[in-house]
Design a protein around this ligand. Structure first.
Ligand SMILES: Nc1nc2c(c(=O)[nH]1)N[C@H]1C(S)=C(S)[C@@H](COP(=O)(O)O)O[C@H]1N2
Ligand SMILES: [Mo]
Length: 370
């Protein structure tokens, strides 16, 4: 929809294939990092992340929306196209669920070489309680036709990516789109969405990486083919090189993170702690799977010990883990890794991918105990 090729206008950042050496960052990456900030890892303390601490990822600009003028259009292969106001949507059956959301690019900046894009280290993770109406009720009312194989979700935000002018839009197959937990969400932690989180309405697809949750939702179209837009075919792919189309990114992979213990050095963030007993804590999640175990290492990943697990905050949200550590004077690399209910364990060295997607490498926290 309204796409246009604009070749040769914008300089390439990084080498010919858009890569950069580890630890040397470009001004353009700093610019992106200031717009798209992460959740400080001490935010892992909260079962539901305070809204102002929730990570942000916005490809283009945050659109300015007047909710009084705004409408949601539901069309394409449906028998009764609908035009709904925000009030119409809020009058429908409502569900609230805590959902852990993670950007598919989380961990990208730990790769070597690094794909030049939003330079996440580990902080593109948060959990919010989202309120909305199940999408499948609306699709039922619109009379989804049998020829439809995908549902296309289009946001109001427009920009250029991959030399293509586009609205931010992504599709889901009908089966995934009509799962009961898929919502059209208008509230976050009990309040209307903030502009940066998609006001007035966003898609919410629990268990999937962040890009699926289309913000500033403007139209929903049932289509008879697989959508070929840039955010499906050009981005969010597990690819090996610039020419490899790779596989699509979908569900969130197993991961755990810890609240860095002690106090930080301002610039390096290396931790300083007093010797003695300390309870390490953090959270773990695994998309639509369960977290089966969490293990801790205090020696950079040689010896592992079992952490204790609390119940998940919801079927679609992270669970807390804790571990009691008798810290003795010395220098430590603390690691935490989780295993999902299918037995997949987080890697110590990340499998490299050209766009830096789905990086669930084991966290390492540098600690000095005195
Ligand atoms: N319309 C629109 N929706 C979007 C995006 C976007 O740029 N435009 N970014 C996506 C990505 S990549 C992520 S990770 C999540 C982030 O949601 P948040 O900013 O509310 O945390 O929104 C997704 N939805
Ligand atoms: Mo993302």
């Amino acid at each position: 929809m309204d796409t246009q090729k604009v070749s040769g206008r914008f300089p390439k950042v990084g080498d010919e294939s858009g890569l950069a050496p580890a630890d040397r960052f470009y001004r353009e990456e700093v610019q992106l990092a200031n717009r798209n900030r992460g959740m400080p890892l001490e935010g892992l303390r909260y079962p539901v992340t305070p809204a102002g601490m929730h990570y942000l990822l916005i490809h283009f600009d945050i659109p300015y929306v007047d909710a009084g003028q705004w409408r949601l259009e539901i069309g394409g292969l449906v028998n009764n196209p609908l035009t709904l106001t925000l009030d119409d949507i809020m009058k429908r059956p409502a569900v609230s669920i805590p959902v852990t959301m993670e950007c598919a690019g989380n961990g990208r900046a730990l790769l070597d070489p690094r794909p030049v894009s939003q330079p996440w280290l580990l902080e593109a993770i948060s959990t919010a309680e989202w309120t909305g109406t199940p999408l499948r009720g609306i699709l039922k009312e619109a009379g989804l036709r049998d020829e439809a194989i995908e549902i296309l979700f289009t946001g109001l935000d427009r920009g250029v990516q991959g030399e293509e002018v586009q609205y931010y839009e992504r599709s889901l197959n009908v089966q995934d789109a009509t799962r009961e937990e898929v919502l059209l969400a208008y509230a976050m932690n009990g309040r209307p969405l903030e502009p940066q989180h998609g006001y007035p309405l966003r898609l919410l697809v629990p268990g999937w990486y962040g890009m699926t949750n289309v913000k500033w939702l403007h139209s929903i179209n049932a289509i008879a083919e697989t959508f070929q837009g840039y955010q499906m075919t050009g981005s969010y792919r597990y690819s090996h090189s610039a020419d490899d189309s790779g596989d699509p990114v979908s569900l969130i992979r197993v991961r755990s993170l810890m609240v860095p213990p002690g106090i930080p050095d301002f610039v390096t963030r290396i931790r300083l702690m007093e010797a003695g007993e300390v309870t390490l804590m953090g959270r773990a999640w695994a998309g639509l799977l369960r977290v089966a175990r969490v293990e801790i290492s205090t020696d950079g990943g040689e010896i592992w010990s079992e952490a204790s697990l609390a119940e998940p905050v919801s079927p679609y949200a992270w669970r807390e883990w804790t571990y009691n550590w008798k810290a003795q004077t010395g220098r430590y690399i603390l690691c935490v890794r989780a295993t999902d209910s299918e037995g997949t364990v987080q890697p110590m060295a990340q499998h490299w991918s050209h766009q830096g997607m789905g990086n669930n490498i084991t966290q390492r926290v540098d600690v000095i105990v005195e």
